[in-house]
Design a protein around this ligand. Structure first.
Ligand SMILES: [Cu+2]
Length: 352
């Protein structure tokens, strides 16, 4: 807040200076004097040096404050790559920005109007044109190439041994399903979604693979092992955002998405690194998905692989907790619907 106020005050001072200068110029003209080219030029020329220096000083003052609010070092393998890419790009762009703007402001100052000075003229300079076309083109091409390389690594096929976790977004919560002992998620169908009965995922329990699936209130992940998020949405667009892993992928209704990555630091390691015993990894929703959007937060706990295996083995399956769903699936639903339709037809016929 104080930063904003200081910025406003600085802007206001500049405006006041400008107005004073204008008034003085107008008074001179009103008095019948010559248009005071000399003074206005000098003031403008000086401002061409002062303004960029003031702005740069503001940037230099604010940068460390902004840096304090930066995310800590990435906790995933690909996160380090994206961070490097970001900093290389920012460095190149900032350098170019500084050089070109220094040139612009310096020229405006240096070559301000002076009586008797003549502008020199040249038509064109092929060597210069070639230079400032090729140099930026090569730099841009390199940046794009490294970005493309990183992106195709991140979005490539997940490793075979990756452990799968399903994340489903709905208004307004994340729900997480693990594949259980067989490491394979059971199939699902939106027609089987039944919040009242408790099958929020719409799991098809006729599928044998679904029998050992379990849901989790906190997402446990093993350190140093590839993880594959299978992401879907039940109603509207949501977005899985886990900033500490530099991970973001939309959850789209009707179009499952995925993201694979390798966590590199346990929650405990992060806590001691950040000196913050309260620290937790989390998933937040970054799609403004409705009134309860702010509540879409899910805790991730990264642990050592042994601890993860222990936790995984201890989780009760969904069917153990909800035995009424055993064997219930699509064909069961079809039978029920058929029976309902038949009953309705019978009723109709009886009433005729
Ligand atoms: Cu959402």
């Amino acid at each position: 807040m104080s930063g904003l106020i200081i910025g406003l005050v600085a802007a206001l001072i500049l405006v006041i200076l400008f107005m004073l200068f204008r008034i003085q110029a107008l008074i001179t003209i009103a008095k019948g004097g010559d248009r005071p080219v000399g003074t206005s030029n000098k003031v403008n020329g000086a401002l061409m040096l002062i303004v960029p220096i003031v702005l740069l000083a503001l940037v230099a003052w604010y940068s460390p404050i902004a840096a304090r609010n930066f995310l800590p070092e990435a906790s995933s393998v690909h996160g380090v790559v994206t961070d490097n890419l970001f900093w290389v790009t920012i460095t190149v762009i900032s350098l170019m920005f500084l050089i070109t703007n220094a040139g612009l402001f310096w020229f405006a100052y240096k070559y301000q109007y002076k009586e008797g000075r003549q502008a020199s003229f040249f038509h064109d300079n092929t060597r210069l044109e070639v230079f400032w076309t090729i140099v930026p083109a090569v730099i841009m091409a390199l940046l794009v190439f490294f970005g493309w390389k990183a992106w195709s690594d991140i979005t490539s096929e997940p490793p075979k041994e990756a452990m799968v976790v399903e994340i489903m977004g709905k208004q307004f919560a994340w729900q997480v399903r693990y594949p259980g002992v067989d490491k394979q998620l059971g199939s699902y169908d939106f027609r089987l979604i039944d919040d009242v009965a408790g099958n929020e995922f719409g799991i098809d329990f006729e599928d044998k693979k679904a029998e050992d699936d379990f849901l989790a209130r906190e997402m446990y992940l093993p350190k140093g092992q590839p993880v594959l998020f299978k992401i879907r949405a039940r109603d509207v667009l949501h977005s899985v955002f886990a900033p500490h892993f530099r991970l973001k992928m939309d959850a789209v209704p009707g179009m499952p998405t995925q993201f694979h990555f390798v966590p590199t630091k346990t929650t405990e390691e992060m806590r001691s690194q950040l000196n913050n015993p309260q620290f937790d990894y989390e998933i937040a929703c970054t799609e403004v998905c409705g009134r309860g959007h702010f509540a879409m937060k899910f805790k991730i706990v990264v642990v050592e692989p042994e601890e993860y295996r222990k936790w995984y083995a201890e989780q009760p399956t969904f069917l153990e907790q909800n035995p009424q769903f055993k064997g219930k699936g699509l064909s069961d639903l079809r039978k029920k619907n058929l029976a309902k339709r038949n009953a309705e037809q019978m009723k109709e016929q009886a009433s005729l």
